[in-house]
Design a protein around this ligand. Structure first.
Ligand SMILES: Cc1ncc(COP(=O)(O)O)c(C=O)c1O
Length: 505
């Protein structure tokens, strides 16, 4: 049963604790309770089956084997497993995920990794080269996004640290913004972000006890500037914009939003996790993009991922701040511990120095010109993919994206199109509110023949959806159910069951 959209919107605003209580009450009613439990059991079993179907069985142990398995056997199994998994990303059928992926680039990063596999920047005296690589990475990235890490004036310096990924960079920035707010006397801080901003902001709000005020986006998928301004409260410490957003790949009006934040004395975070390394080189690659970085005086923090379009291995991102004082709010120090004097820049204690060294080597081996060239390839592929989607009458592109391209439809179920694309070997992303599908283009899609194959398979998929009645398999029923369920808390419950299933041995 589909509830009217208005009712769905209203019900989705019901707080989770109220939903939980209603759910508990429902489950206590004799007949209704049995029905609810049975339906949930069926849904959870379906999720577990999906996970089970994909789980490889080679050398599967849920208990430590008593006798050691010889290294040759282990290596052979790992080679078989990883080789069988690589064609999808290697051949350009994965949305995002692997951003460079060229065999020689990957081989080079692996070689650097092996040189530093034992290193840990927590021991700065033992691995001073790793510490220097980290400082270089932060300074090089700051320079690319309108900052100057070497500025003498503490407030003007754009500085930062490395983190393990976009989520950690965002959480660290929100912590720093929260603690800066505390200095201004704000005890329980709020963040104002568009609905398109990454769930890492929800995670930050949840973990750091900050309220996240989500503001619906405009029809083009970008933050609604007037609504964002109106959402600011007396306890707001930071506003957020994406450059670009994950769902629709559009760049929010960072200039207007950050100007407003500045006029109110608030922080402004520009999330460049996905887009920073493309937007920074776009102009030189011949593409017009809006300002999104520290060239705008109101931007006070940024997240920008090395492990996406920085072409480094997974586990590396940069978080940047305007002013050394703001970065200080990110740090943690423990001066009185019986284990000695302890200080870490971020959430982690020990960190993999090998990832830092290989990220440094990735940037140095690409060089400025290498990034411009790669950006040109990604953005030209974006142009071709937009044209290809435009030639399929049933599909509509959302907003005006560059290389993360979302499409929706008034005439076919796009989640079924997503499933049909999966049957043809593609791994794309399903989006909701409204239902849509996106592809995040990378250098893998710039290989010859990939765009042509994408267009052919997308056309065939749309045709298949028109010709064949829906089935119960695939993701379409799951997405359909999730978007029609009024209580998002229940969907969250199912997602937790999915996580449980991943850990089932
Ligand atoms: C805009 C944006 N911000 C943040 C993130 C989170 O990055 P990560 O998955 O590295 O934690 C992503 C990931 O896709 C993203 O697209």
């Amino acid at each position: 049963m589909e509830l009217p959209r208005v009712a769905q919107t209203l019900l989705s605003k019901v707080p989770d604790r109220v939903v939980k209580r209603a759910q508990n009450l429902l489950e206590r009613l004799p007949v209704v309770g049995d029905r609810v439990r049975e339906e949930r059991r069926k849904l959870v079993e379906g999720l577990r089956e999906q996970v089970r179907k994909h789980r490889p069985t080679d050398l599967a142990f849920s208990e430590l084997p008593r006798a050691a398995i010889d290294r040759q056997t282990l290596l052979a199994t790992l080679r078989t497993l990883s080789t069988s998994e690589s064609p999808q990303w290697r051949d350009g059928r994965l949305s995002g995920g692997v951003y460079h992926g060229d065999a020689s680039h990957v081989g080079f990063l692996d070689e650097v990794y092996s040189l530093y596999s034992q290193s840990n920047p927590l021991h700065a005296d033992v691995w001073p080269s790793v510490v220097r690589f980290e400082a270089d990475l932060v300074a090089m990235t700051a320079k690319l996004v309108g900052g100057d890490a070497k500025a003498v004036d503490d407030e003007a310096a754009v500085c930062g640290t490395l983190s393990s990924g976009g989520t950690e960079s965002i959480m660290l920035a929100m912590k720093a913004q929260r603690d800066a707010g505390r200095e201004r006397g704000i005890r329980h801080a709020s963040i104002v972000a568009p609905t398109s901003a990454h769930p890492a902001f929800d995670k930050a709000g949840h973990t750091l006890d900050m309220e996240l005020i989500r503001v619906p986006v405009a029809a083009d998928g970008r933050a609604d500037v007037a609504a964002m301004k109106a959402a600011v409260r007396s306890n707001t410490v930071v506003m957020v914009g994406s450059a670009c957003s994950f769902p629709h790949g559009v760049v929010d009006d960072i200039a207007s939003l950050s100007d407003f934040a500045r006029s109110r004395g608030l922080g402004f975070h520009s999330d460049g996790c996905l887009g920073g390394f493309i937007l920074a080189f776009a102009k030189e690659a011949g593409f017009q993009v809006p300002a999104f970085d520290f060239s705008l005086p109101g931007v006070t923090s940024m997240s920008i991922d090395l492990h996406k379009f920085g072409y480094a291995a997974k586990g590396t991102s940069v978080v940047l701040y305007r002013g050394r004082a703001l970065r200080r709010h990110q740090y943690f120090t423990s001066p009185a511990w019986s284990g000695g004097l302890y200080a870490t820049p971020g959430f982690a204690g020990s960190r993999p120095g090998a990832l830092i060294a290989s990220a440094w080597a990735a940037m140095m081996s690409m060089g400025h010109d290498g990034y411009v060239n790669a950006t040109r390839q990604v953005l030209e592929t974006g142009r071709s993919v937009k044209a290809a989607i435009g030639r399929i009458p049933e599909l509509k592109i959302v907003g005006d994206p560059l290389w993360v391209i979302a499409f929706t439809s008034d005439t076919v179920d796009v989640f079924r199109v997503l499933d049909e694309m999966s049957k043809r070997g593609w791994s794309l992303n399903g989006l909701q509110s409204p239902p849509a599908v996106h592809v995040c283009l990378t250098l893998r899609h710039a290989q010859p023949g990939v765009v042509e194959a994408f267009e052919r398979d997308l056309r065939d998929s749309v045709q298949a959806v028109r010709d064949v009645p829906p089935s119960k398999d695939g993701m379409a029923p799951v997405y359909g159910l999730a978007s029609s369920m009024p209580f998002k808390g229940l969907v969250g419950d199912l997602l937790s069951s999915y996580l449980d299933a991943l850990y089932d041995a």
